[in-house]
Design a binder for this molecule. Structure first.
Ligand code: PLP
Length: 381
């Protein structure tokens, strides 16, 4: 059976162009970028070219990009890198209740070490209230970390407004833009973003590569000790093919941003409209305006999310549930809890995230099968 993949917020397939660009760096240009002979220098040239492509996507200088092992490491480095500076010991961080666990669990660690953390509420669409953010700021606040777009419900935060407030108060502003990159326009200068996390495998590059942008005026500590790679900020011999792949994925993301977003949004809108028409007792989660183009998140009243996923899987459809990391737990996720979804809806939540490879026929197949499966589950109860 053909696989129809609708879980692009979980990971994406490596793009053909990305793979082709990476390929020579495994067995031909395999030198260590720190080596001085030609083979090493060739790898260095490739890495620095890739760094430039990543920088171009978010409009920063190439020397403000640090390669990491992915979104999780970028988030950890951003938060700990600032808070572990001597001058920040015991200080205050502001974040939200709907962050990815890479942020939330890093904040938990910070709390255990004596830092203060405020977790902002969000409204029923998943948006932060900038007034509430403003009021949460204290003399001790050194860092605000608010995600650009949510990975479950796709809600986009008022980033420019947040950047303005942070800037005005002299507080560092970090954003986890792992889901936003390649899907919405990002300009760290215009948006006054000081630090930004992105990840390769969400945009057509491989897993295990990511980047952190840090404004050149901001000092931060490295997480990993060792050699002098990444200007002493991230030790360890470079993942050269990964970096090359991320650079190429960023180049394509920038080039195709508008058509890509339009294409995904067309499928998403078609799906949401038809499911609304065909299936009663549903609830659409997130915002209709401030939303990632490829994200849909719908709760089906009285339906068990894991059962729904299993039945979709039998039809070759990959999607995701709204339970805690879809890891077998049927408790509603922290995001669905934060937007105030009642459990009779939350338990039957389905996240469908569209991607580059989806076709109209795939989407029609999804709609038809999903409508039938929901009906079947409900009648068997
Ligand atoms: C996927 C994701 C991460 C983690 O990125 P990895 O590269 O898988 O470590 C962090 N934040 C958000 C919003 C994500 O969607």
């Amino acid at each position: 059976m053909r696989i129809r993949y609708f879980d692009n917020a979980a990971t994406t397939k490596v793009r053909k162009e990305v793979f082709d660009k990476m390929f020579p760096y495994f067995m031909e240009e395999y030198g260590n970028p720190s080596s001085l002979y030609k083979l090493g220098r060739m790898a260095r040239v490739g890495v620095e070219e890739a760094r430039k492509q990543v920088a171009n996507l978010v409009n920063c200088d190439k020397n403000e990009i640090y390669f990491t092992s992915g979104g999780t490491e970028s988030d950890n480095t951003a938060l700990k890198g600032i808070m572990y500076l001597d001058k920040c010991i015991g200080k205050h961080v502001i974040t939200t209740k709907i962050e990815h666990h890479a942020i939330l669990n890093t904040c938990k660690t910070l709390e255990e070490k004596g830092f203060k953390v405020t977790y902002l509420n969000v409204d029923e669409e998943g948006r932060v209230n900038v007034e509430e953010l403003y009021n949460a700021i204290t003399e001790d606040t050194v860092l605000i970390s608010i995600m650009f777009a949510n990975n479950e419900i796709g809600t986009i935060q008022p980033i420019e407004k947040i950047g303005e407030i942070a800037h005005e108060k002299g507080i560092i502003f970090h954003t986890d833009a792992v889901q936003a990159c390649g899907n919405v326009e990002i300009d760290v200068k215009k948006m006054k973003i000081d630090m930004l996390s992105l990840s390769g495998h969400k945009i057509g590059a491989p897993k295990g590569i990511g980047a952190l942008y840090v404004n050149k005026n901001i000092e931060f500590k490295n997480l990993i000790d060792g050699g002098h790679q990444e200007r002493d900020k991230r030790a360890g011999t470079e993942n050269v093919p990964g970096m090359i792949g991320l650079g190429e994925a960023c180049r394509i993301a920038k080039r195709d941003l508008k058509i890509h977003a339009k294409r995904l949004q067309k499928f998403r809108d078609m799906y949401m409209q038809e499911i609304q028409d065909k299936v009663p007792d549903i609830k659409i989660n997130g915002s209709m305006e401030e939303r990632l183009p490829g994200n849909s998140n719908i709760s089906f009243k009285g339906v068990n999310g894991s059962e729904l996923l299993m039945k979709l899987d039998e039809k070759g459809i990959c999607a995701s549930a709204g339970s805690a990391c879809s890891s077998g737990s049927s408790l509603p996720s922290h995001v669905l809890t934060a937007i105030g979804l009642t459990s009779e809806y939350a338990e039957g939540t389905l996240r469908v995230t569209f991607g580059e490879d989806n076709t109209k026929e795939d989407v029609e197949y999804l709609i038809e099968n999903l409508a039938n499966i929901v009906k079947e589950i409900r009648t068997n109860q």
